[in-house]
Design a protein around this ligand. Sequence first.
Ligand SMILES: [Zn+2]
Length: 338
Amino acid sequence: MIESMSSRGSGEAGSPMPLSPRLRALEGRLRCPECGKGRIFGDGAVELVCADCNSRFGIQDGVPLLLSARSRGELRSDLQTETGEQMVAEYQAVESSRRKPRVASRWLRILRPPDVMYHTNPGMRKGAASRVFDHRGPGTLVLNVGGGPTRYSPHEFTLNLEPFHNVDVVGDAHDLPFTDGTFDSVISNAVLEHVGDPEVAIAEMLRVLKPGGYLYAEVPFIFFFHGYPSDYRRYTREGVRRMFQGLADPEIGIAIGPVSALLQTANMVVGMLVPERPVLLRRVANGLFRWLTFGFKYLDKFLIKKERSHVVAGGFWILGRKPASDDRMDSDSATSVR
Ligand SMILES: [Zn+2]
C-alpha cells in the first residue's frame, strides 16, 4: 500500500482522511492507541496509519476504529456476554427505528408506561450545559466518552466501543485515541461503572482535556445492575469526590433522587414476583406499577436539595475544571498510569 510520506513525517494532514466530515475538526489530533505516541493519518486509501509505529486502523462508514489489539480482545469477550449482546441489540434498534419510524411504534411510545425516575442531568441541559457545551463559543470541542446513540450538541464528538448510531470514533476509555489537550469539555454519562479501571479512564479524560476545560460525569449509586456491556461498581458521594480529586472547583449533586431510586428498585422487584409468562401479564404488571407510582418521583425535586438525601440517592453528577496550571494534574501523572 502506498503511504503518503508528506503527511506521516510532518504532522500535517497531507492526504485527506476518508472520514466523516464531522471529524475534520479532529484532524491531526487522533493519537495511536497501539503505541500511544504516534499521530494517525490517512494512508490515501481505506485505512489509517500511525506515523510512529506504523499500526493500521480500519474505517467503517467514515468512523475510525481506533482500538489497540489488546482493547479489541477485551471488548470481544465483554460483548459476547448475555448483557453485551443485549446492549448491541438495543443500540442497533435505536438506529433502525430512526431510519424508518413507523406509525405503530409512535403509538406504542405514547402509550408506554411513564418513567419512574426523575433525572436532574444538569450537565446536559441549559445553564450548566452552556458551560459544558458552549464555554468556548460555537467552536467548543466536546468529547462524550461512551456517547451515542443520542447526540446532545452539534459540538459533541462521541466515542464508543462500536460504530453505533451517532458514534464518531470507536475507541477505548482506558486509552483515548486523541492527543493531549484536544477538547474544551469532556462528558462521561453513566460510563465509569462499566469500564474495567475507572481511575485510568479519568486520567485519560483529563489528559485529552485542555487546561481550564470542563469535565462532567454522572455515576450511579442505588441503581440496578445494567450491563453495557458489563457493570462493575457503584459510587457513594464521597467516592465520587475522591475519584475526581484531580478537578479544580468541583460541584457535586444528586442526579437521581432517593424516591426515584426506591421506585426503580421496587419496579424491578415487582418484575421478579410476576411469572415470566405470559409476556402480556408482565407488561400489564409493569405498566400498572409505573402508572400508579410515577407521580411520587417528583418528591425528588425537593429531596435532592436536602443534604442527607445523598445516603440513598440513585446517582450523582460532578462538574469541575482541569486545573489551568499544570501543578496538580501534569501530563506525566496522567500518562504514568497507562
Ligand atoms: Zn503507533
